[in-house]
Design a protein around this ligand. Structure first.
Ligand code: GLP
Length: 242
């Protein structure tokens, strides 16, 4: 695992956008796994500005989702499908066909999870998966004690994660769904390159446990230690406990 400490979130965004641009140069139809939350936004902004400047050809690029809320109505602005379309697909000028995600409104949620896992494999697998990290060390929505071999499946959010994410729902924790679909840890580990970005002091403990702690299901992000090509990019605030 490679750990890179950068001065701030913008610098982290720049480095990762550069890595994505280099990947797309080598492999124009690369499948980029994108994450939601506020941390990755500088990455998408930096990549979009490179695209606008004509430095990156994204005409064949593909994007896939990491996780999704269950039960939000189709088109809800905080469904992760809506977020990825708004923050990634539209600013990059990709067509909606270049985008894959699990169906959080499906009647048979487990069938939707299995179908998404199979679709990722059929698409040739994820080339670069961008990850954020929860304050409890979760990746995607794999909460602590998720199996390190887990596949895409339905999960129940912890109270902590619902509190953390309430800010996207007008501060109303009751509006945050209890259930989610997430790529499993085993699924995530199949991506060719994992890039985790963490910024801010609130992530410092989770980062230290991820990088320096034992590999343990209680800290899902520690599974990155098992991956042959994992990069953890942290700003100085998130690095304070390393
Ligand atoms: C959610 C997402 C994660 C993300 C985490 C942290 O739980 N499912 O993928 O990493 O939030 O979000 P933020 O970057 O806003 O702190």
């Amino acid at each position: 695992m490679e750990v890179v400490i950068v001065p701030d979130a913008a610098a982290g965004g720049d480095i990762i956008a550069e890595a994505m641009a280099a990947l797309l140069h080598r492999k124009p139809d690369a499948l980029l796994g994108v994450a939601t939350g506020s941390t990755p936004l500088p990455v998408y902004q930096a990549l979009a500005s490179r695209v606008r400047a004509g430095g990156v050809d994204v005409s064949r690029a593909r994007v896939c989702q990491l996780d999704e809320y269950v039960g939000l109505p189709t088109g809800h602005p905080e469904s992760y499908r809506s977020v990825v379309l708004r923050e990634v697909v539209e600013p990059l000028g990709l067509s909606p066909e270049a985008f894959m995600g699990p169906d959080g409104a499906a009647e048979d949620v487990q069938a939707a999870c299995d179908a998404y896992d199979a679709a990722l494999a059929a698409a040739g697998g994820v080339d670069l998966q961008l990850l954020g990290i929860g304050t409890d060390g979760h990746i995607g929505f794999n909460e602590p004690c998720s199996s390190l071999a887990s596949r895409t499946r339905i999960k129940t959010l912890t109270e902590q994660t619902r509190v953390d994410n309430a800010r996207f729902f007008g501060g109303d924790i009751d509006a945050v769904p209890h259930h989610v679909i997430t790529q499993g840890i085993g699924t995530i580990l199949e991506a060719r390159h994992l890039v985790l970005l963490a910024t801010g002091e609130g992530k410092a403990e989770a980062v230290a446990a991820t990088v320096e702690g034992p590999v343990a299901a209680v800290v899902p992000a520690s599974a990155l230690q098992l991956h042959p090509h994992a990069t953890v990019i942290v700003d100085e605030a998130a690095a304070t406990k390393l």
